[in-house]
Design a protein around this ligand. Structure first.
Ligand code: GTP
Ligand code: MG
Length: 157
């Protein structure tokens, strides 16, 4: 089943938005398969954002990601990479639609509270960068019927 890497950045953690953000992914029907709280080093942040190293904001971005606790997560579900980005909204919160996480909860691009992998390759690389294989739960994914039918008792692992 498809998996993506999602991180609540230091501003989201500091503002007390952890539960709000997790709740949006859970209510959609995605499944949390790994989670930890960690303060990344600057070197680690540079690895995470390596594809942006030529951008003028790279240094500030890496300083910021390493400035405090981050909630690192892996979420699983059908279409979770693309739809996770939809839940998150556009990079610049001024351009994010209302109803998205950034649209509802953030104001400026440098403090946009959440990260989500932008494709299958980056999802794989980012999950491997942030997590060891034994930190990922081998869960039974919810079927479409289970997501749609709240009456049915869930057969959870
Ligand atoms: P992530 O999910 O964090 O990777 O954001 P994204 O995929 O929507 O955007 P992108 O990967 O292009 O940029 C990574 C992060 O760099 C963004 O989330 C912003 O926090 C920051 N960023 C992007 N563009 C700008 C910019 O023009 N100025 C500043 N200050 N920060 C930017
Ligand atoms: Mg990105």
């Amino acid at each position: 089943m498809e998996r993506t890497f999602i991180a609540i950045k230091p501003d989201g953690v500091q503002r007390g938005l952890i539960a709000e953000i997790i709740s949006r992914f859970e209510r959609k029907g995605f499944k949390l398969v790994a989670i930890k709280i960690v303060v990344p080093s600057k070197e680690f942040a540079q690895k995470h954002y390596h594809d942006l190293k030529e951008r003028p904001f790279f240094d500030g971005l890496c300083d910021f990601l390493s400035s405090g606790p981050v909630i690192a997560m892996v979420w699983e579900g059908e279409g979770v990479i693309k739809y996770g980005r939809k839940l998150i909204g556009a990079t610049d919160p001024q351009k994010s639609e209302p109803g998205t996480i950034r649209g509802d909860l953030a104001v400026v691009v440098g403090r946009n509270i959440i990260h989500g992998s932008d494709g299958p390759e980056t999802a794989k690389d980012e999950i491997n960068l942030w997590f060891k294989p034994d930190e990922l739960m081998a869960t039974k994914p919810l079927s479409r019927e289970e997501i749609a039918n709240t009456e049915k008792k869930l057969d959870m692992p």
